[in-house]
Design a protein around this ligand. Structure first.
Ligand SMILES: NC(=O)c1ccc[n+]([C@@H]2O[C@H](COP(=O)([O-])OP(=O)(O)OC[C@H]3O[C@@H](n4cnc5c(N)ncnc54)[C@H](O)[C@@H]3O)[C@@H](O)[C@H]2O)c1
Length: 415
């Protein structure tokens, strides 16, 4: 049985890995340690996951537990550091998405993988959502021939979407912005659906809704004078778990889970649009906003033999529309409508299926759902190229970004 440790004992580590590893995956995997800079969060996670041993030093944990693989669930901008240290220690790395936040770090990970002969898995759970899989199967079977044009429009609502502006994600230096942190899922889906790689990216991005767009704002919701009138008031103590995991842990690292979504220090975009050209010629038109009344996505695929339309809504009135239907329009004038099976469980049933494939290792993978560093790089680099394009106003070639990644991004941006 393989041994695993976790670095970064936060919400994702607990729900996606720690609890399942000591319950549903107990016959297949042994969770032998968890490490975090915050002792409160690490000990709460440990209590909830069979009292797994807690460490405050990563190297000490590796030496003491000798794991086969390290699960990396820190904030995004730190993934590269722990992935590389993991590979250099002779272990494999299982990294949450995004694999990393910029081209320089991406290149360092791939070099470390080549140097050490160890492997990186990137946990793209969307590839395991049955609805997303059904679309992949249809495209792979050639239901619409060669795919020439794709649109993907993703909306986050003012519940989930706003939450990115309360937490560490609100700063580019932590998350790379939503085009890295969030869109890495979406770009990976498109890369995987198309079985292709991005070539060039042109993007626009702005912060139009969150950030200092109103006078009534504070530092955190806990200390704010406007709680009774603010639609975005979030009480981090309302849920006993969130209180113990974040509020009671504040003194140890100064991290506040309830920062004001109208804060001046927010530097990520909330409104983004991209054009991506793929190597085989397909064009993608993509948008993301973080302040929609309901949450979900719509996609269209137009190919040589027809058109596919798909949509998946997660909250609000959107749920009342036909959900998880796939419409196939062929060139004979027919419309074929397919109601895809609706899965239960976190992230549209994707989390559990992904865990099973990684940790039990007993499933075939005919669609190539397991993702490594190359897929992690290809999706992340679209967001990284978009960030450079927004700053420079120019189209960015993914190849140039990879080549020039040893130079700091600031030196490639026109003032
Ligand atoms: N695939 C998905 O659907 C999905 C969903 C949520 C989060 N995630 C990913 O999971 C990761 C964690 O996100 P989260 O929501 O759990 O965040 P979180 O803030 O709850 O947890 C992050 C943890 O990392 C710890 N940490 C910070 N700096 C550290 C350091 N230097 N060394 C060790 N630990 C450190 C923090 O103390 C915290 O416990 C992120 O990469 C995020 O993108 C993925």
């Amino acid at each position: 049985m393989k041994k695993y440790v976790i670095i970064g004992a936060g919400g994702r580590a607990l729900s996606m890995f720690a609890r399942p590893l000591v319950t549903e995956l107990k016959p297949f995997a042994d969770l032998v340690g968890v490490c975090d800079i915050n002792p409160v969060r690490a000990s709460v996670l440990s209590e909830q996951a069979g009292n797994v041993p807690v460490f405050d030093d990563f190297d000490v944990m590796l030496a003491a537990t000798k794991p086969d693989a390290v699960i990396v669930t820190t904030p995004d901008s730190l993934h590269h550091e722990y992935i590389i240290r993991t590979l250099e220690a002779g272990c494999n790395a299982i990294s949450e998405k995004p694999m990393t936040t910029d081209a320089e770090k991406c290149r360092a990970i791939i070099e470390a993988e080549q140097r050490t002969g160890r492997k990186v898995i990137v946990t793209f759970n969307c590839r395991f959502m049955p609805y997303v899989v059904r679309i992949k199967e249809l495209l792979k079977e050639g239901a619409i021939g060669d795919i020439l044009h794709v649109t993907l429009n993703w909306s986050l609502d003012t519940d989930h979407g706003a939450d990115y502006f309360r937490r560490w994600h609100r700063q580019m230096s932590n998350s790379g912005g939503l085009l890295i942190h969030k869109s890495t899922h979406h770009f990976d889906m498109v890369n995987w659906w198309l079985d292709d790689e991005p070539d060039t990216v042109y993007a626009n991005g702005a912060r139009l809704f969150y950030g200092p767009t109103r006078e009534q704002r504070g530092h955190t919701c806990s200390t704010c004078a406007h709680t009774s009138t603010c639609d975005f008031y979030y009480d981090v103590t309302a849920d006993p778990f969130t209180k113990s995991f974040y509020k009671d842990a504040e003194a140890h690292d100064g991290y506040f889970r309830d920062q004001c979504v109208f804060g001046e220090d927010i530097d990520i975009y909330d409104t983004m649009s991209l054009n991506v050209k793929y190597k085989k010629g397909t064009q993608l038109s993509y948008s993301l906003n973080a302040y929609s009344p309901y949450e979900g996505w719509r996609a269209t695929f137009v190919g040589t033999k027809g058109r596919i339309e798909a949509e998946d809504y997660h909250s609000g009135l959107g749920l009342q529309e036909p959900n998880n239907v796939i419409r196939i329009f062929n060139r004979a004038g027919e419309l074929l409508t397919m109601q895809a099976a609706k899965a239960t469980g976190a992230h549209g049933g994707g989390d559990q299926r992904l865990r099973r494939m990684i940790f039990a290792g007993d499933l075939a993978d005919p669609l190539g759902q397991m993702a490594g560093s190359h897929a992690g790089a290809m999706s992340m680099l679209i967001g990284a190229a978009a960030n450079v394009s927004i700053a420079s106003g120019e189209q960015v070639a993914i190849g140039d970004l990879r080549q020039s990644s040893l130079r700091p991004i600031s030196s490639r941006i026109r003032s």
